[in-house]
Design a protein around this ligand. Structure first.
Ligand SMILES: NC(=O)c1ccc[n+]([C@@H]2O[C@H](COP(=O)([O-])OP(=O)(O)OC[C@H]3O[C@@H](n4cnc5c(N)ncnc54)[C@H](OP(=O)(O)O)[C@@H]3O)[C@@H](O)[C@H]2O)c1
Length: 355
C-alpha cells in the first residue's frame, strides 16, 4: 500500500516560544511536513539550531531540521499553501492577509484578525461550524486562501470547559480569575526579576480579549459573521511564576441552577468532532476531571495528552453565582501551537486545505 505524500507546511515565527512547540509537534506529524521555517531578519539565513535558543526539555526527531536554513518573512517567497503563524500581532497583521490573498490557508496564533467578523475563531470541539466563514472571506475579500485563528491562550482553556455547560444549560454570567504562566509572554518574555517570587496583576489587553473572544467562540454563525453568545464574562488576569500552564478560577451562573452532579456529568461525557474523527492531535477526551482537591496543578498535569486536554477540578457550590471550578490548560499547546495544528487537521479532514 502506498502512503500519501505529506503536505508541506511553513511555520512563521519558528524560533519563538510557540514556534518551537510547532516545530516539535510537526517534526513527525503524519499528515504535514515541515518544509519552511521562517523568522525575523535577525534569524534569516542561519541554521535553525543556531538561530533558535531551544527551550523544550527534549529535542524533536530532528531529521535535517536543525540544519535547515531559516527563511526571512517575505510572503512572496513562502511556497507552502498551509502556513502556521506564531508571529507577533503587528507583523501578522501585515503578512497573513498577503499570504491568504496568494492562496495560503493561514492558521494564526496572533490577535490581529481574531475578532474580524469573517474570521473563524476556531476551537474544533466547540465551533467547527464557524469554518463556514472561510467562504465569506473568499467572497468578501477575494482571497483564494484564508485565515483561521485560534483564540488567546486563556480563552482557549476557558472555551473548552464552558462549551458543554453552554450547550447543556446555558451560561448567564462567568467570573474568571486567572494565574497565567510566564511562557504566555513569549521568550524571553517577563524579566526574571519581575517574575520570580511574584504576582503581576496586569497583562495588557488580556482581560478584554478573554471577555470578547469567549462570546464569539460560543456564538452562532449568521449571514456574514457571528452572533455572539449572550453570556456576560468578567476576567481578572494575573501573571504568576509558573513556566507553562494557565490556571483559571471560575464562577458561573448557569441557567436553571443545575446540581453539581449534572454539571460534572455534562463535563465528563463531553466529546467533540476531533474525537469522533480521531484527528492526530486530538486528546481522547477534551476535558480531564479531577476529584482530588489538590489537583490539577501545572507541574503535575500540564503536559498530559501532549498538552491538549483541559483539566477541571474543585467543582463546588458558589454562594455568589451558583457553581465554581478550577481549570488548568497548556498555554503553548492547547492555547497556541497544538490548537493551530488541530485546526489544520480538522480542515484537512473536511477537504478545506488548498491543493
Ligand atoms: N506564548 C503563548 O502562550 C501564546 C499563546 C497564544 C498565542 N500566542 C501568540 O503567538 C504569537 C507568538 O508568540 P510567542 O510567545 O511565540 O512569541 P516569541 O517567543 O516572542 O516569538 C516571536 C517569533 O516571531 C519572530 N519575529 C519577531 N519579529 C519578526 C518580524 N519582524 N518578522 C518575522 N518574524 C518575526 C521571532 O523571530 P526571531 O527569533 O528571529 O526574533 C520569533 O520567531 C504572538 O502573537 C502571541 O500573542 C502566544
Amino acid at each position: 500500500m502506498t502512503s500519501r505524500p505529506r503536505i508541506p507546511v511553513a511555520v512563521l515565527g519558528a524560533t519563538g516560544a510557540v514556534g518551537q512547540r510547532f516545530v516539535a509537534r510537526l517534526a513527525s506529524h503524519p499528515w504535514f511536513e515541515l518544509a519552511e521555517l521562517v523568522a525575523s531578519d535577525r534569524s534569516a539565513g542561519r541554521r535553525y539550531d543556531e538561530a533558535c535558543a531551544w527551550r523544550l526539555p527534549s529535542l524533536p526527531a530532528w531529521g535535517g531540521l536543525g540544519a535547515q536554513e531559516v527563511l526571512p518573512c517575505r510572503a512572496a517567497a513562502i511556497r507552502s499553501r498551509v502556513v502556521f503563524s506564531a508571529l507577533d500581532a503587528a507583523v501578522a497583521a501585515e503578512v497573513e492577509p498577503v499570504l491568504a490573498r496568494q492562496g495560503a490557508l493561514v492558521f494564526s496564533n496572533a490577535s490581529a484578525y481574531r475578532m474580524e467578523a469573517d474570521v473563524p475563531l476556531l476551537v474544533p470541539e466547540v465551533n467547527a461550524e464557524h469554518l463556514a466563514l472561510l467562504e465569506v472571506q473568499r467572497r468578501v475579500r477575494g482571497w483564494s486562501g484564508g485565515i483561521v485563528c485560534n483564540p488567546n491562550c486563556t480563552t482557549a482553556v476557558l472555551a473548552l470547559a464552558l462549551a458543554p455547560l453552554e450547550a447543556r444549560f446555558g451560561i448567564a454570567r462567568a467570573f474568571i480569575a486567572t494565574m497565567q504562566a510566564v511562557s504566555g509572554a513569549g521568550y524571553p518574555g517577563v524579566p526574571s526579576l519581575d517574575a520570580l517570587g511574584n504576582v503581576i496583576p496586569f497583562i495588557r489587553g488580556e482581560e478584554e480579549k478573554v471577555e470578547a473572544e469567549i462570546r464569539k467562540i460560543l456564538g452562532t454563525v449568521v449571514a456574514d459573521g457571528v452572533q455572539p453568545a449572550a453570556l456576560v464574562a468578567s476576567a481578572l488576569c494575573h501573571r504568576v511564576a509558573v513556566v507553562d500552564g494557565h490556571c483559571e478560577a471560575v464562577s458561573l451562573e448557569l441557567r436553571g441552577s443545575p446540581s453539581l452532579e449534572a454539571v460534572r456529568s455534562a463535563l465528563e461525557s463531553w466529546r467533540g468532532i476531533p474525537q469522533t474523527l480521531m484527528l492526530p492531535s486530538a486528546p481522547a477526551a477534551p476535558l480531564v476531571l479531577h476529584t482530588v482537591d489538590e489537583r490539577p496543578q501545572p507541574r503535575l498535569d500540564v503536559e498530559r495528552d501532549g498538552g491538549m486536554s483541559v483539566h477541571v477540578g474543585r467543582i463546588r457550590p458558589c454562594p455568589l453565582l451558583g457553581t465554581k471550578l478550577f481549570l488548568l490548560g497548556n498555554n503553548v499547546e492547547r492555547g497556541a501551537a497544538g490548537a493551530s495544528v488541530l485546526n489544520a487537521e480538522l480542515c484537512h479532514a473536511r477537504g478545506l486545505l488548498p491543493a
